[in-house]
Write a protein that binds this ligand. Structure first.
Ligand code: 13P
Length: 286
């Protein structure tokens, strides 16, 4: 019997490992990610941003994840990644997602609290143990290759420990995503170093599991330190997108006459599997 996502996260906290959260835009990415997870036998979370969800379809995504989970009795979960308003969070939870991230960091702090509380209250009313995560502090918005650190990201937009304590207590969220030097996307000249001390301090005073967004481009050492300091879930997206695109480009260039999608796209599945396997080994200390 598989356990609930909440229990797997608790186990990860206890074992000082992190669950990998990987975004998908299509079936190929799901296959690549799932192949890697199954090989290592670790729980995983599949994430869909509003854009990704719009492309795949909410009900289609839920049907896919549930079908795989039930067929293989495997701990694979579905998260509504960065949903920007109450309606979007509600729709995802109603469709059958296991968790949702209400992203209200662009709102004033008190408004972020009001919106997050509303989502938490709704999730609780469903009586099915779905989780609500919220973000605090700014880390940029796009999973893409970046020429430089996004505007507005810096020491001043990192999560303040006292804000985190107050926010968690007020909202009663299940998971907190802090800004600790992480950025969404991969910076061409290298991603900034994480503020490991800040992670430690936030973890010491907030009684919730912590989620590290913007995993692409972070060094292996920073990941290890971040997990030791209290991170229990890590999000990766850009690295998957890059692997997909590069494999697809190469295949099309090398095989200009091939028209069968399942042949054209197999190298992309394999490339994603390779990226995800390496990340899962690191996150799960394997
Ligand atoms: P990256 O694209 O930097 O890996 O970030 C992904 C993410 O945090 C999705 O929520």
């Amino acid at each position: 019997m598989i356990k609930s996502l909440r229990e797997y996260i608790k186990e990860a906290e206890e074992k000082k490992v992190a669950i990998g959260h990987f975004n998908i835009s299509n079936l190929e990415a799901l296959h690549g990610i799932y192949n890697a997870a199954k090989k290592l036998n670790v729980p995983i979370i599949i994430g869909l941003s509003e854009g990704e969800e719009g492309f795949i379809g909410k009900e289609e995504a839920v049907a896919l994840i549930h079908a795989v989970r039930e067929r293989d009795n495997y701990p694979i979960f579905l998260n509504a990644d960065h949903h920007y308003n109450f309606e979007k969070v509600k729709e995802a939870l109603d469709a059958g997602y296991d968790s949702a991230i209400v992203d209200a960091v662009q709102l004033p702090f008190e408004e972020n609290i009001i919106l997050t509380k509303k989502c938490v209250k709704y999730a609780k009313s469903l009586n099915k143990d779905v989780l609500i995560e919220a973000e605090l502090g700014f880390i940029g918005t796009s999973s893409k290759l970046l020429d430089k650190i996004p505007d507005g990201v810096g020491e001043e937009t990192m999560t303040k420990v006292e804000d985190a304590v107050y926010f968690v207590k007020e909202t009663e969220i299940d998971l907190l995503a802090p800004s600790v030097g992480n950025v969404h996307g991969m910076v061409k000249g290298g991603n900034p170093k994480l503020d490991i001390n800040r992670i430690k301090k936030i973890k010491q005073v907030c009684d919730v599991p912590l989620v590290l967004h913007g995993g692409s481009g972070i060094s292996d050492d920073d990941f290890r330190e971040a997990i030791k300091a209290g991170i229990s879930i890590i999000h990766i997206n850009t690295e998957i997108r890059v692997a997909y695109k590069e494999a697809l480009e190469k295949y099309l260039k090398d095989n200009p006459n091939e028209v069968a999608p399942y042949k054209i796209l197999q190298p992309a599945v394999d490339a994603i599997e390779k990226v995800v396997e390496a990340r899962l080994k690191l996150f799960n200390n394997l």
